[in-house]
Design a protein around this ligand. Structure first.
Ligand SMILES: [Zn+2]
Length: 404
């Protein structure tokens, strides 16, 4: 049994923190969550232990000054690229041994930053499926992965160096979806709109319409899988939602009408602000942080995110391959008006639910998988403490950190 004792515990379900929380972990499961020092250690006395819950052979880790939280879930990233560095296409198309080594390093940066689960939104050459298999088999230490495999876009445009099926034909899309599902994809990813990397292109120009999205959702939904689209805004939003789209990725320039439509259909939005707006993390091939066009686009993206938050819409957060910086995404949410608890839930309970994993992941509750992080300080008082990772436990195993 592993016992973690900290000053506070945020279980991700309630809207408050337990003072002096203790977590008991047996194997890969959480068996009890309780205030520390309760006579029975929080398991109702079933163990018959009356000395604070510890038994011979238990490992107890004291984390004074720390807060325990559920492991974080990065809902939109890519193992094959790091968007802080130039040459995304070259990164994505690196020879396999190099691409694999780099990807493992990036995922381990994520893990050390508290990300115990990552949703990978498109790869080149089946990289993410291979990584998932290696991690699941225990040969590589990394976050638990949910992967899209080969993403699809139009040959005419569509943001993203990381799409590997280029087609305008809905039948080809249906074929690629079936192939991805046969390979074990957990979700399907389309690029519907353009990106912001090329100043000569309109980021809200859309290349896929209702028929393209419907071709994907028909097969994906039959298999119980969601369809996500890189979609910054524009006419493709209404078309994609009519085609059955489940997740709008980025959504930086969604109009009020788009937000109304997404709310009516319960379409999930993945906010990824840091990759566009973050002072340290601005990406897109080394475009300078002071680039006036990107600054203006960043302002617009923040305005949209403010509305998503103020309206109480369904949303989660992702880094879009700014590896190791999911905590910054959570910090953005608070800066834009979200409460700290709901901001934390956007990177824990809500993505777990969106992945269909609410029974196992996303909160610290008995019976759930023991994905736990300890941070120095109190994130409810200062959300930036989420960056101060002391300990990361993934499925009951300490994968990063120190006891004191
Ligand atoms: Zn992406």
């Amino acid at each position: 049994m592993l016992l973690l004792d900290a000053d506070r515990l945020i279980d991700g379900a309630a809207d408050f923190a337990l003072v002096r929380g203790q977590l008991r972990i047996d194997g890969d499961r959480i068996v009890a969550v309780a205030p520390s020092g309760s006579a029975d250690g929080g398991d109702g006395g079933a163990s018959g232990d009356r000395r604070g819950g510890a038994r011979p052979g238990d490992v107890r880790i004291s984390l004074p000054g720390c807060t325990l939280l559920p492991g974080l879930i990065d809902f939109h990233t890519h193992a094959g690229i790091d968007t802080r560095h130039a040459g995304l296409s070259a990164q994505a198309h690196a020879p396999q041994p190099i691409a694999t080594g780099d990807a493992v390093g990036r995922l381990q940066d994520d893990l050390r930053s508290g990300v115990t689960t990552a949703r990978l939104c498109g790869d080149i050459g089946g990289l993410d499926l291979r990584l998932r298999a290696e991690i699941d088999a225990g040969r590589v230490v990394g976050p638990r992965l949910f992967v899209a495999g080969r993403a699809m876009r139009s040959p005419r445009g569509g943001g993203g160096a990381i799409a590997s099926v280029l087609t305008d034909d809905p039948d080809d899309i249906a074929h690629a979806v079936r192939a991805n599902l046969a390979d074990g994809a957990d979700l399907i990813k389309l690029f519907v709109s353009d990106g912001v990397g090329d100043p000569s292109r309109d980021p809200t120009a859309c290349y896929y319409g209702e028929a393209h999205v419907a071709a994907a959702t028909r097969h994906a939904h039959e298999a119980g899988r969601a369809v996500a689209a890189h979609l910054l805004g524009g006419p493709g939003v209404a078309e994609a939602i009519r085609g059955g789209l489940d997740v709008i990725e980025h959504g930086w320039f969604l109009s009020d009408a788009d937000l109304d439509l997404a709310a009516r259909h319960g379409t999930l939005i993945t906010l990824t602000l840091g990759v566009l707006c973050g002072p340290d993390t601005r990406a897109f091939g080394g475009i300078p942080a002071e680039d006036a066009r990107l600054l203006e686009l960043g302002e617009r993206a923040c305005d949209t995110a403010r509305k998503v938050i103020a309206r109480g819409m369904r949303y989660v957060v992702g880094t879009d391959a700014v590896h190791g910086h999911l905590a910054d995404e959570v910090r953005w949410l608070v800066a834009l008006g979200e409460t700290p608890v709901r901001a934390i839930q956007a990177a824990t309970a809500r993505p777990a639910q969106a992945l269909g994993m609410a029974q196992r992941l996303g909160t610290l509750e008995p019976g759930k998988t023991a994905d736990v992080i300890a941070v120095e300080g109190d994130p409810l008082a200062d959300i930036s403490t989420l960056r101060r990772i002391r300990l990361v436990v993934r499925a009951g195993r300490i994968v990063h950190g120190r006891a004191a």
